[in-house]
Structures are given as structure tokens and as C-alpha cells.
Design a protein around this ligand. Structure first.
Ligand code: NAD
Length: 261
């Protein structure tokens, strides 16, 4: 039997998907036929325009639903408002960098809420729907920092390690059902957020764009290349395929060799 990836009839909810990796995953799932629900905490015309563009290009149904992933009730309401959720991508995330004694408590709380607790709430709300539908895929976006650490990113690293653990527990609780739960751990990905940091870093270190990318940003990424949002979308789409039905509880690195070091 040849495995093909056809997600027609499935609905994917992707948290934090009005830019970067979440948007890239939404595009790839839509290209594979899934209806998609985009999300962020804003409610701007351009957020809804992103959903319209996906719908027009791919022919799937695409919607944008505002929900603040720092709030448990809003996370659960997002899944309820989506109406169904066959594929859940927990992607929303923020970062703050500071040594532990100086780390602002409100930043710690926000990072734990958005990067970790939101996935608990959406999973709790989505699992009954997946069980009802008899099929489900949960894909949590962690990071190379879900498997390794760096200084000054305590909250982010705690949350991203936590996501790997939550995914394993989700996989065990669903192991005998047609539902899988996996983590994707990206290395450095060239998202608009990362692109925007390049000019300042060039100035700070008096370096060329290429040197900043290779020697500062990709210092720990042996491939010396960014991962792309399309590659992450492709990995997520593969995890939704029948070929991946026995892949559950894993953390898949898309990091150019970072965690092999
Ligand atoms: P990004 O800033 O483009 O995307 C983050 C998304 O989360 C945005 O859509 C943003 O609107 C959303 N978001 C933030 N706070 C939210 C809230 N309270 N409620 C709802 N949505 C909220 O950055 P990205 O690089 O695409 O990051 C996406 C995910 O990938 C994050 O979890 C990040 O930790 C992870 N990641 C990124 C990289 C990288 O190099 N870019 C590497 C490893 C992991």
C-alpha cells in the first residue's frame, strides 16, 4: 500500500498562527486538504485576510479566531469555537531573556501560561472531540531548547521541556486509540521575528549579515542553515499521515544537527 497524505475533511486548529511557524504549518496542512483555524490574540483585518488568502489559494475552509493563549478559559473556548478539532497544533509562544535573579515574575508567568499551560488546556478540550471523531493528531511545537538549555532563558526552557513531557503523557493516555501526540523541536527558524533581529545584531557586533547568521545566530546549528517554516509544515503534515500512525510520544528535531552535538 502506498501512503499518500490527504487531510480532506479534517479540521486543524493552529494556535499562534498569524505569523512565522504557525502560519507556515497552516499553509502546508491546507495544501494537504485540511480546513484550518488560525489564531492569535489580536483581531485585525490582516489576521482575517491571512485566512481568506489560504482559502482562496488552496480551496479549503480557513477561519481566524481571536483567543488569548495566556488564559486557560480562552484556550478551551478556541477549541469550542472551532466546532471540531481533528488536528491540534500547539504553537503559540513568546520569549524573554534575563538571568534568573532578574527575571521578571510577570514574564515567567506569561511564558509558562502561553508556551506550556495553553497546550494543556487545548488538549483537554480537543481530546473529547478527537475521541468522538475516532481520529486525532496532537503536535506540540517545542524547540531545541526543549531538549537542551542555554543561559538566561529559564522560563522558555522550562516551558519547552515541559511541553515534551506533556506530549509523552498525552501519547500514553491515547496509546490504544487512533490518536497520536508528538513534539516538533525546531532549531533556529528564519521567521519574520528572527529576520528583524539581524540588522541590530549586525550593528552590535559590527558584522556582515552572513557573519551574524553563521557565527552568532547559527553558532549551535551545525548545518549553518536555518530551518524553514515550510519544512516544519511538511514535518507536521507527515505526522498527520497514516504512515505516522505508530509515531507517538516522540520529540522530532528539525534543527540542522543542534541536538546531535
Ligand atoms: P512568531 O512570533 O512569529 O509566532 C508566535 C505566534 O504566537 C504569533 O502568531 C503570535 O501572535 C502568537 N502569540 C503570542 N502570544 C500569544 C497569545 N497570548 N495568544 C495567542 N497567540 C499568541 O514566532 P515563531 O518563531 O513562528 O514561533 C512559533 C513557535 O515556534 C513558538 O512556540 C516558538 O517558541 C517556537 N520556536 C521558534 C523557533 C525560531 O527560531 N523561530 C525555534 C524553536 C521554536
Amino acid at each position: 500500500m502506498a501512503y499518500t497524505i490527504d487531510l480532506t475533511g479534517k479540521t486543524a486548529v493552529i494556535t499562534g498562527s498569524n505569523s512565522g511557524i504557525g502560519l507556515g504549518i497552516a499553509w502546508e496542512l491546507a495544501r494537504a486538504g485540511a480546513d484550518v483555524v488560525l489564531n492569535s490574540f489580536t483581531d485585525r483585518e490582516e489576521d482575517h485576510a491571512l485566512a481568506r488568502e489560504i482559502a482562496e489559494e488552496t480551496g479549503v475552509t480557513a477561519r481566524y479566531i481571536k483567543a488569548d493563549m495566556s488564559k486557560g478559559d480562552a484556550c478551551r473556548q478556541l477549541i469550542a469555537d472551532a466546532g471540531r478539532c481533528d488536528i491540534l497544533i500547539n504553537n503559540a509562544g513568546i520569549q524573554h531573556v534575563a538571568p534568573i535573579p532578574d527575571f521578571p515574575v510577570e514574564k515567567w508567568d506569561a511564558i509558562i501560561a502561553i508556551n506550556l499551560s495553553s497546550a494543556f488546556h487545548t488538549t483537554a478540550a480537543a481530546l473529547p472531540m478527537m475521541r468522538q471523531a475516532g481520529w486525532g493528531r496532537i503536535i506540540n511545537i517545542s524547540s531545541a531548547h526543549g531538549l537542551t538549555a542555554s543561559p538566561f532563558k529559564s522560563a522558555y526552557i522550562a516551558a519547552k521541556h515541559g511541553i515534551v513531557g506533556l506530549t509523552k503523557t498525552t501519547a500514553l493516555e491515547t496509546a490504544q486509540e487512533p490518536i497520536t501526540a508528538n513534539t516538533i523541536c525546531p532549531g533556529y527558524v528564519l521567521t519574520p521575528l528572527v529576520e528583524a533581529q539581524i540588522p541590530d545584531t549586525m550593528k552590535e557586533y559590527d558584522m556582515s549579515r552572513e557573519d551574524v547568521i553563521k557565527n552568532v545566530m547559527l553558532e549551535r546549528q551545525p548545518s549553518k542553515e536555518f530551518a524553514t517554516v515550510e519544512q516544519l509544515g511538511g514535518t507536521a503534515t507527515f505526522l498527520c499521515s497514516d504512515a505516522a500512525a505508530q509515531i507517538t510520544g516522540t520529540a522530532i528535531s528539525v534543527d540542522g544537527g543542534w541536538t546531535a552535538l
